[in-house]
Design a protein. Structure first.
Length: 317
């Protein structure tokens, strides 16, 4: 996929022209989504850098100031002098940098990176790179490229205000807590429940029952709210995790299960009520040796693609 053609050249010109004719010291919203390397032609990378220097210094952007900044950088002649900057501003079809142009520029950059990755993998394979080395090459590039965002058009506050009505309706339906309840009233009062997109860190000294607390949260979310839970532990085996869950579900001391010191009542509760409850819960424990963030993300993505996304992920570390 080759994008160094007249179409790419024109696209880059349109974006730069939209930035150049702003006549303001305030950068347009879409500029936050741009990076110098998205421009495939070097002179456009240089001009974009000059524009960034001016906008980030809160200086007025126009033909004169951009030319002066390029001269200060020692790059004015390299980009074609003041004439090219003037021609660039005159070529602008609009005084607004269209988000669709930014989206297209990013999409082409992604395609170019994937093309380069393919070639790099072939070269590395020819040089007898190991499978693990090839995986790392893919993983790093895909993580970077996959995280590139497109330009989102700003929304009027009037449009956003409607979300308050939806929030109030949701809170009413959930009994005053907008997120998933933890099972601990005091915590729910402080956190308003656990909501999608949140990262919650549970910290404490060793031996302060962090794992037990996190498993309790998972158990309550699954049993009360029927949420699908994925559990990863970097410290405990699956056997120990399921014993801890069973102890919590059956209100049995974990050490009694570990050491087999169960009373007749505990044993009966473990094999009846506790077993039935555990088997009915949508909780999944990942059995992945030496797990890492990429393995966890992969499992989450697979579940989402198959129509069974996880509502909560618990990582015990």
């Amino acid at each position: 996929m080759t994008t160094t053609n007249s179409n790419q050249w024109q696209l880059e010109q349109d974006i730069l022209a939209g930035l150049l004719v702003q006549g303001s010291s305030t950068a347009p919203a879409g500029m936050a989504n741009l990076r110098k390397e998205y421009f495939q032609h070097q002179i456009h990378q240089v001009i974009f850098q000059a524009l960034c220097n001016l906008y980030f210094s809160n200086k007025l952007v126009d033909i004169v100031t951009v030319s002066e900044e390029l001269a200060r950088m020692g790059q004015l002649d390299i980009v074609g002098g003041r004439k090219y900057i003037t021609d660039l501003s005159l070529s602008a079809s609009t005084t607004v940098m269209a988000p669709v142009y930014v989206d297209l520029l990013i999409e082409r950059y992604k395609g170019l990176r994937m093309q380069n990755l393919t070639q790099s993998l072939m070269d590395a394979y020819d040089q007898e790179a190991t499978a693990d080395e090839l995986i790392v090459m893919c993983r790093d590039t895909l993580t970077e490229v996959g995280g590139l965002s497109k330009a989102d058009a700003p929304k009027a506050v009037g449009e956003l205000f409607e979300s308050i009505d939806q929030h109030l309706l949701t809170v009413h339906e959930l009994g005053g807590v907008p997120g998933t309840k933890s099972g601990y009233h005091g915590i729910d009062e402080k956190t308003n429940g656990f909501r999608a997109g949140q990262l919650v860190l549970v910290a404490g000294r060793p031996g302060s029952c962090k794992t037990t607390f996190a498993l309790n949260l998972a158990l309550n979310a699954a049993a009360i709210h029927k949420k699908r839970i994925l559990i990863h532990s970097l410290e405990m085996s699956n056997d120990e995790l399921i014993m801890r869950l069973a102890a919590l579900a059956g209100q049995i001391r974990f050490t009694d299960i570990m050491q087999g010191r169960l009373s007749d009542d505990d044993r009966e509760r473990l094999h009846t009520h506790c077993r039935e409850l555990i088997e009915s819960l949508p909780i999944f424990i990942a059995d992945t040796p030496r797990t890492n963030v990429y393995n966890i993300k992969s499992q989450i993505d697979i579940a989402k693609r198959t129509g069974n996304p996880y509502d909560m992920v618990v990582i015990d570390y």
